[in-house]
Design a protein. Structure first.
Lengths: 194, 194
DNA sequence: GTCTATAGATTGATAGAC
DNA sequence: GTCTATCAATCTATAGAC
């Protein structure tokens, strides 16, 4: 199929999303202008509207994409047999996945209030779906008298908050490797539910 | 001392900070205009500049005030004798203090990137000072063979992230009282360091 | 598909009257 | 101390040429 000279829609589109991701993560959605995004991509501001209907859906697409990736990746994780194995899988998966996409994680936690109500509801639904995956593990383990947790819902949120916190301090050039970090957190999680 | 008619500096000042706190927490610093703050207070935008030099110092004063309050309140907490007592004090204090000021907590975590570099450094210093209070407790407990922690620095950050996470879900009208929540989290913290 | 140009609204901050 | 009025810059989004 012949292409119009100067047509780059298949490459410019991803670059727009990439620039938005970087800039939203660094400065915040409200603080970033469409002109800044355009400058990062190397086009004029008007050209952005060939790839997004408006600034809001640029944010929403990034967040929904991140949540979809998260749920898909977890669905593809091999499952473990016993309760401790399942919990360890989740713990290591969560750390590894989140450390691999710090910008998307940052945006997905910080920019919720800049979503329209409809978009917010969509993202919240996906987030709850992910949380329920961990809660299932905790509930099964408790029902089989393997775990001892006072409240599976609160323990779910506590564990996720603790694990996601890794993103605030971990640097790959730091003194600890990824698997050392995983091991330290798994040790805390394991003890906390025993 | 006689006062000029219409002078309300002693009451308007706090109301400006209060309005900024509420609006920054709800919509984010960058998304809130000086006119919105003025409207919330019930004055015109120009009048705000009798109480703050600019928008940035409005944000900075809120964050520094919050961190000062936090460190002061912890300094006034009665100390405990043994390692577990000290850790339990910290755990319950952290939850109680943070749940008591959800807006200031929210701002202090979300708006760091909207501070000027100098202001950011000041807040970061206070935050590190607070974290080191918990790390001291963990290190002493480990050195006396009371706690078993793989890494006191990481454990410090993990515990604080877990505890601060309460703010994302706790509602005073919910099914759990504040002391029930404290007890559940203390149970997890205690087990995690044993 | 990208450009230039621009509409129309809003921003932070200041000046000067009262 | 607060007001009105305003400056100069910036914003999102669109229109039309190429």
């Amino acid at each position: 199929m012949a292409r119009t000279a100067g047509s780059h829609s298949d490459i410019t589109g991803p670059r727009v999303r990439e620039a938005a991701l970087t800039l939203f993560a660094r400065h915040g959605y409200a603080a970033v202008s469409m002109r800044q995004i355009a400058k990062e991509v190397g086009v004029q501001a008007g050209a952005l509207y060939n790839y997004t209907t408006d600034k809001q859906s640029l944010l929403f697409d990034l967040m929904r994409g991140h949540m979809d990736d998260l749920l898909d990746a977890w669905a593809k994780e091999p499952s473990a047999e016993d309760a401790f194995g399942r919990l360890e899988r989740f713990t290591r998966f969560h750390i590894r996945f989140h450390l691999g996409r710090p910008q998307a994680v940052f945006i997905s936690y910080m920019e919720l209030r800049n979503l329209t109500p409809e978009n917010f509801a969509t993202i919240e639904d996906l987030r709850r779906r992910y949380e329920s995956e961990l809660e299932k593990i905790l509930r099964d383990g408790r029902d089989n008298d393997v775990f001892r947790v006072a409240d599976t819902k609160i323990t779910t949120l506590a564990i996720i908050a603790m694990l996601t916190g890794v993103n605030t301090w971990y640097r790959s050039a730091g003194r600890l490797s990824l698997s050392e970090v995983e091991a330290i957190y798994w040790d805390m999680v394991r003890k906390a539910v025993t």
